[in-house]
Design a protein around this ligand. Structure first.
Ligand SMILES: Nc1ncnc2c1ncn2[C@@H]1O[C@H](COP(=O)(O)OP(=O)(O)OP(=O)(O)O)[C@@H](O)[C@H]1O
Ligand SMILES: [Mg+2]
Length: 254
C-alpha cells in the first residue's frame, strides 16, 4: 500500500481553485519528484498535504499509511510521521541550533506520550546526524538561522530530517536559489537518510538535483493537475524539451 495517497484532490485558497483533481501516490521508501511550471500548484499541494489552515479541501482525500488524514490537524499529521521542510525558516535570536533541535524532538516525543530525550542520548543522536549529513560540528552552537546563508539553511533542514527520521518528507526546493554546493548538501542528505523506512517527495525546478538524488518516479503538475508521469528518464526529457510538449492543448478554458 502507498504511504501517501492523494485522490482526486481539489483545493481552494479563498475563491480560487488551485488544485483541480490531483492524483498522486508515494509508496513506502520511494523517492518521487514533483515538477512543473511556476504557479502550477506544487507548493499548494505540499501545503495541503501538511494541512495548511489557509487551504480548503473541497473534494477528494489524502491518505497516509492507509488512514484518511484529509481533515486532520497539522500537528497530528506531523506526529504520524509527515515532515515538510520549511521554505522560509525564521531566525530565532538567542536559540542555538542544538537547543532548537532538542525542543523540536522533545515536542514530538511528548506528543507520543514519551519522556524527553536524555541529554547524553540527544548529543549522540545529533552527532550521528551531523556525521551522516556532513554538517560541520561548529554549526550546532550557532544561533538558529541568524545570518544563515541559503546553503546553511539547507544544512539545518537536512539535519532536522536526519534527526527526526519521518516516514515521509516533503521537500519544496522552489525559489530557494541554491548554488551547486547547496544542492549537493540537499542531495547527499536526502540520499543518506532516505531508505526503506523513509519516503521523499521532492519538489524542484532543478534537474541537477534530480541527477544527484535519482527519483524512481517523476510527476509533472500543470494547472492544478498531474498531467504526466514517468520514471527518471522524464527528467532528461524535460531538460531537453521544456514543458510545452506536455502542456500544449491542456490550457484551462477561461
Ligand atoms: N493563499 C493563496 N491565495 C490565492 N492564491 C494562491 C494562494 N496560494 C497560492 N495561490 C496561487 O495558486 C497558484 C499555485 O501556486 P503554487 O505556489 O502552488 O505554485 P508552484 O507550482 O509552487 O509554483 P513555483 O514553481 O513558482 O513555486 C498560483 O497562481 C498562486 O498565486
Ligand atoms: Mg512553489
Amino acid at each position: 500500500m502507498a504511504e501517501l495517497e492523494i485522490r482526486n484532490l481539489h483545493v481552494r485558497a479563498g475563491e480560487k481553485e488551485i488544485l483541480r483533481g490531483v492524483e498522486l501516490s508515494v509508496g513506502r521508501g520511494e523517492i518521487h519528484a514533483l515538477m512543473g511550471p511556476n504557479g502550477s500548484g506544487k507548493s499548494t499541494l505540499a501545503n495541503a498535504v501538511m494541512g495548511h489552515p489557509m487551504l480548503e479541501v473541497t473534494e477528494g482525500q489524502v491518505y497516509f499509511g492507509g488512514q484518511d488524514i484529509t481533515e486532520s490537524e497539522p500537528d497530528e499529521r506531523a506526529r504520524m510521521g509527515l515532515f515538510m521542510a520549511f521554505q522560509y525558516p525564521v531566525a530565532v535570536p538567542g536559540v542555538t541550533v542544538t537547543k532548537y533541535l532538542r525542543t523540536v524532538l522533545n515536542a514530538h516525543r511528548e506528543a507520543r506520550g514519551e519522556q524527553p530525550i536524555p541529554l547524553r542520548e540527544f548529543r549522540q543522536s545529533v552527532e550521528a546526524a551531523m556525521k551522516l549529513t556532513n554538517v560541520p560540528r561548529e554549526f550546532s552552537s550557532r544561533y538558529l538561522n541568524e545570518g544563515f546563508s541559503g546553503g546553511e539553511k539547507k544544512r539545518m533542514e537536512i539535519l532536522q530530517l536526519a534527526l527526526q527520521r519521518p516516514e515521509l518528507a516533503i521537500l519544496d526546493e522552489t525559489d530557494s536559489g541554491l548554488d551547486i554546493d547547496a544542492l549537493r548538501v540537499v542531495a547527499n542528505g536526502v540520499n543518506a537518510v532516505a531508505g526503506p523506512e523513509m519516503g521523499v517527495l521532492i519538489i524542484t525546478h532543478y534537474q541537477r538535483i534530480l541527477h544527484l538524488v535519482q527519483p524512481s518516479h517523476v510527476h509533472v503538475m500543470y494547472q492544478g493537475r498531474i498531467v504526466k508521469e514517468g520514471g527518471p528518464e522524464l527528467v532528461d526529457e524535460l531538460e531537453a524539451k521544456g514543458y510545452g510538449w506536455i502542456t500544449e492543448g491542456l490550457d484551462q478554458a477561461a
